[in-house]
Design a protein around this ligand. Structure first.
Ligand code: AR6
Length: 201
């Protein structure tokens, strides 16, 4: 299952926004994004999967980053190599823990996506994959998180030039995929027809 949207962008290339069902550790985009914690110490969920598949180099680089700059604040992003992964880089960001919605969760989640996209652009990367940040252990409702994730990506593409030609959301289960798919269709409704293209959905 794969669905694509080509947002209207001020960039010269027209970046594809893709949602797909799968395991992010298998993606061969230039970077994959990790839903990490502030100590970058590894953990469960997608964080655990990335460290297991990528090997100990990633954790060593994370420890070096923390020793140099201290804990990562929620909404920030840093980069390490991809270790044994197909992706050459891992961008580690920290999403907010859901506390009911009145603790700036939406802006912190938007920042996690925005800072990751900004970092990828600074590094001249062409493709990036995201998991559904904060919707596992951190308890963010998937429908609300999907709206923040996709709208932040579209705004990023519409606001600033980027080297990215592909932004992929890799969703791990069908419920999450279906929720992102519904939100993406709502967003598509606001684009001229020639600006998007659907595949296999
Ligand atoms: N590929 C893609 N998505 C995945 C994968 C995978 N291999 N594995 C899990 N997911 P979570 P969070 C999905 O809990 O909510 C960690 O312990 C998962 O089904 O990984 O931001 C960190 O160290 C869900 O949809 O991240 C932090 O302490 C989504 O990824 C904390 O959890 C996010 O779930 C971060 O919690």
């Amino acid at each position: 299952m794969k669905m694509t949207i080509l947002p209207t962008a001020t960039t010269t290339n027209r970046t594809k926004l893709i949602i797909t069902l799968g395991d992010i550790t298998r993606q061969d985009t230039d970077a994959i994004v990790n839903a990490a914690n502030t100590g970058l110490m590894g953990g469960g969920g997608v964080d655990g999967a990335i460290h297991r598949a990528g090997g100990s180099t990633i954790l060593r680089e994370c420890q070096q980053i923390i020793s140099q700059r201290g804990y990562l604040r929620t909404g920030q992003a840093v980069v390490t190599s991809g270790g044994n992964l197909k992706a050459r880089h891992v961008i580690h960001t920290v999403g907010p823990i859901w506390q009911g919605g009145n603790k700036e969760e939406a802006s912190l989640l938007a920042s996690a996506y925005h800072e990751s996209l900004k970092l990828a652009t600074t590094m001249n990367l062409h493709s990036i994959s995201f998991p559904s940040i904060s919707t596992g252990a951190y308890g963010y409702p998937v429908d609300k998180a999907a709206e923040v994730a996709l709208k932040t990506a579209v705004s990023f593409l519409n606001e600033a030039p980027t080297t990215l030609n592909e932004i992929v959301f890799v969703l791990f289960d069908t419920k999450t995929y279906n929720t992102y798919s519904t939100v993406l269709k709502d967003i598509q409704a606001n684009f001229p027809e020639e600006d998007y293209d659907e595949t296999d959905c």
